[in-house]
Design a protein around this ligand. Structure first.
Ligand code: ADP
Length: 528
């Protein structure tokens, strides 16, 4: 016997329709690429998305055609998200920080038909125009875009179709080999938005003012453009203005309560605030993920500024949210120190995702917070195949191997010790580079640090620290190593420290250890 409930597919167009009907007057504020402030509402955004849907039809965009964007976080990008998704096409958000060769590759691989771009990317677009053969229309997101919409009626009925229809294509940054596409469905997008809004996830509501620092080209700004419409939160978009000063001004002028981004961006903001002796008046919490959030950053936000940190873990292949560190009732009794230590972990899984750690033979490992192994996940917003089946079947026994090495404790909190390709193996045992990096950046004179394994005749590999000093600060190699004493097992002690002016980063703002290892390939232990 089947249940007797209405059979309504979960579609992304329902989010913007809901936001219009129930939060129509709630604002969406954008700092534009040009630096001015644009202000309108969910109702206006919905109207413009319908006009754009008519315009897309005019441009010949049909069901499942790919429509690409090369754009910052802003109201036009938001409208494109909903117009493309709602009309049954697929939005392909390109990361402009990828190498032009990679953008060429993914644009051709996705067979994009239309490209919308912010005018800051005009020089890049000039190079791409002769390369992307499938593109029929290049639309700059300025007055020309506005005129395209203004010429259209807002009379448009969002079509209904199978909720498993593709809605959005995001490519991984492809640190090894070509980028691969994760293709989300309407269903996976809506369920992910529901799950991420929960109090034990990133806790979103109509009382929030949310500024996604994480770009809309980095896994859909972690799904915030969808989840904010779902709860009716006010949205604030920063475009490319991500420096400390611009962010702090926007946080204050728009009374932002919640934000989300990778550690590198927060580093810039915290340094600026410290230098200028500034405070936050409305900010309550920040989601930090994409790479491990250093404990020093958690402490700075919480103890110096009274802003709660939600340490989150996820990946492009999982839409992206997997786990968030939030407390359980029993943690109320814990000391502040113990609670902060728990927050160094990446957290508990969101309902919907299932996870486990396995050894090299695929056998389950215990949840004791000590054993570490390969993290595998499954769930309705985890990929089962890459776009065009690139790379073959990615699953192992129905689970997606994340490529992360983790522990899981008895309460289900995961802690990422490394990406499997960054693991340091010394004397047959593993050393966590993330743990060692966290200690380095807790030193007052260190701005950023990467720990990599280098060849050792006896131990196979030994860890060394490659670090950047804070401007105007001094610290010697011996000082920094002494700082590790008592904090780690003796055999984890790094063998050397190399100071550099800067460290290489990926297109999503993470430390690029692959590049760093190439840069350090001539380094020999004991030689320097
Ligand atoms: P890309 O490397 O292409 O930017 P993703 O953004 O999908 O790809 O990155 C996912 C990876 O980022 C995860 O597999 C994990 O290694 C790392 N990661 C994400 N969040 C965290 C976190 N909180 N702590 C440690 N590592 C993280």
């Amino acid at each position: 016997m089947l249940g007797l409930m209405m059979d309504m597919p979960l579609l992304v167009s329902q989010l913007i329709r809901h936001a219009d009907r129930h939060h129509g007057a709630t604002e969406i504020v954008s700092k534009t690429v040009e630096g001015t402030i644009h202000r309108y509402t969910y109702r206006d955004a919905h109207k413009r998305a319908r006009q754009l849907a008519n315009a897309l039809k005019r441009l010949g965009v049909g069901p499942q055609d790919r429509v690409a964007t090369l754009a910052w976080n802003g109201h036009r990008h938001f409208e494109i998200y909903y117009a493309v998704a709602g009309s049954g096409a697929v939005i392909h958000t390109i990361n402009p920080r990828l190498f032009p060769d990679q953008i060429n590759y993914i644009g051709n691989h996705a067979e994009d038909k239309v490209v919308f771009y912010d005018t800051t990317f005009a020089p890049l677009i000039d190079k791409l125009k002769s390369q992307l053969k499938s593109v029929k229309h290049w639309v700059p997101m300025n007055d020309e875009y506005d005129r395209l919409l203004d010429a259209q009626s807002d009379d448009f009925e969002w079509p209904s179709f199978d909720e498993n229809t593709a809605v959005c294509l995001c490519y991984t940054s492809g640190t090894t080999g070509n980028p691969k596409g994760a293709l989300y469905s309407h269903r996976s997008t809506i369920i992910h938005a529901y799950a991420s809004a929960l109090p034990d996830a990133i806790n979103l509501s109509a009382r929030d003012v949310i500024l996604p620092v994480v770009p809309m080209f980095h896994v859909n700004a972690w799904g915030l453009p969808y989840a904010c419409a779902l709860v009716g939160a006010k949205l604030v978009f920063p475009a490319q203005h991500l420096d400390g000063k611009s962010l702090h001004e926007l946080f204050e002028s728009e009374e932002v309560t919640m934000s989300a981004g990778v550690p590198t961006v927060w580093l810039g903001l915290l340094n600026y605030m410290k230098e200028k002796k500034l405070r936050f008046t409305t900010l309550k919490r920040v989601v930090i993920g994409g790479s491990a959030c250093p404990p020093a950053m958690i402490r700075a936000f919480q103890e110096e500024y009274g802003v709660e940190v939600l340490h989150a873990w996820g990946m492009t292949e999982m839409s992206p949210l997997g786990t968030v560190t939030t407390f359980k009732a029993k943690h109320r009794k814990w000391s502040a120190e113990e609670r902060t230590r728990l927050q160094n972990k990446q957290g508990r899984v969101l309902f919907g995702v299932d996870l486990r750690i396995v050894d090299e033979n695929g056998r389950d490992l215990p949840w004791d917070g000590k054993a570490f192994g390969d993290l595998q996940v499954r769930g309705p917003w985890v990929i089962k195949s890459y776009f065009k089946a690139e790379g073959g079947d990615p699953l192992k026994d129905g689970w997606f191997p994340t490529g992360d090495v983790c522990t899981i404790d008895a309460d289900g909190y995961i802690q990422v010790t490394d990406r499997s390709k960054d693991v340091i193996k010394s004397g047959g045992e593993w050393i966590s580079s993330i743990d060692l990096e966290n200690i380095a950046v807790a030193h007052p004179a260190i701005a950023e640090a990467a720990v990599i394994g280098v060849k050792h005749p006896k131990w196979d590999e030994r860890p060394i620290i490659v670090a950047v000093k804070k401007p105007g600060q001094e610290v010697s190699k011996d000082d920094l190593l002494r700082f590790y004493e008592g904090k780690i097992a003796k055999w984890w002690m790094p063998d050397d420290v190399v100071f550099v002016k800067e460290l290489p980063h990926t297109a999503t703002g993470k430390l690029s250890k692959l590049t760093l290892r190439q840069q350090m390939k001539d380094y020999k232990l004991g030689a320097g």
